[in-house]
Design a protein around this ligand. Structure first.
Ligand SMILES: C[S@@+](CC[C@H](N)C(=O)[O-])C[C@H]1O[C@@H](n2cnc3c(N)ncnc32)[C@H](O)[C@@H]1O
Length: 222
């Protein structure tokens, strides 16, 4: 699996965690890379069918190799399009993170990502500090209520751009010493989820408790 590098130590940690994830070592039939950008996460997909979606057209030609090649690219907004269902769905460095995304729609995006994951399938997603603390809390609750096995990693310390070599060193320190990962303020905490075993229906007792900042979302208390 290809390791990606970042000038942000916290993102470097996330990239190390993706590269070493046991959930991504399994082979899946269909993989959906949501907010695929330059297809940099393609190497994490061990799939027969790789589908990518982004609100922007790719900046360069759609790559054909190395594997997996891009079987289909969909130019669409993840909040508006009917996403194709997949056994592995990944959406990283986007929700609560990228300036292009509308962060008040955080829970609607999550709803769409969960719905598009096949029963029994895996969702890999992170959410950053541009989403409200409350939405990040509901995000975690919702993932836990929709999947049988969830690895939830909190992080976010050292999320400013620095020299690539120093970033690699600090990213490695974050990987080796989990106690360093979480920043002091709640507002600055990032969350990465490896969620396996999507349930056909969430268990009633685990249904969502919180209230969304987006009145259109169903991920809220009734
Ligand atoms: C920072 S890039 C992350 C790309 C890639 N996932 C990665 O990990 O490198 C964020 C991407 O999200 C896309 N994006 C933002 N809002 C989106 C939306 N509503 N629907 C689909 N893609 C979106 C942007 O076009 C951009 O390509």
């Amino acid at each position: 699996m290809k390791i990606r590098f970042s000038e942000l130590p916290s993102k470097q940690l996330c990239l190390f965690l993706l590269a070493s994830s046991p959930e991504l070592r399994s082979t899946y039939h269909t993989g959906l890379d949501v907010a695929s950008n330059k297809f940099n996460n393609r190497g994490y997909f061990n799939v027969n069918n790789y589908i990518a979606i982004d609100i922007e057209d790719p900046e360069s030609e759609i790559p054909t190799g190395p594997k997996p090649s891009v079987d289909k690219f969909i130019h669409a907004d993840l909040l508006e399009a009917a996403l194709p269902s997949a056994d592995l769905v990944m959406c990283v460095e986007t929700v609560g993170i990228t300036a292009l995304f509308s962060h008040s729609e955080t829970l609607r995006a999550l709803e769409s990502l969960i719905n598009t994951t096949n029963t029994g399938g895996t969702l890999v997603v992170n959410v950053g500090p541009l989403a409200s603390v409350e939405d990040r809390r509901i995000f975690a609750t919702s993932i836990n209520s929709n999947f049988t096995h969830v690895r939830h990693i909190r992080y976010g310390r050292w999320s400013k751009s620095i020299h690539p070599l120093l970033s690699l060193i600090l990213g490695t320190a974050l990987l080796l010493f989990p106690s360093l990962r979480v920043p002091n303020k709640d507002q600055e905490v990032w969350h990465l989820f490896f969620a396996k075993g999507k349930l056909a229906k969430p268990q009633e007792s685990l249904n969502l408790l919180g209230r969304s900042s987006n009145p259109g979302s169903q991920l809220r208390k009734n």
